[in-house]
Design a protein around this ligand. Sequence first.
Ligand SMILES: [Zn+2]
Length: 58
Amino acid sequence: MTVSAVTAEWICTRCGTTNRKLVPSDAREIEDRCLHCGAEHEVRPGARPTRWEAELDD
Ligand SMILES: [Zn+2]
């Protein structure tokens, strides 16, 4: 089974670090943890394909 994937690029709202995660191309919402500070975020596709919108997950 082949699932195409895209790179979701998101910016940590806590520390400003740019994070990247490979996700299925049909993903609408993912959860990811900042590589720098460890903050969990909910990440959703943004206006541009590779730049996703991140929201701190409390
Ligand atoms: Zn961070």
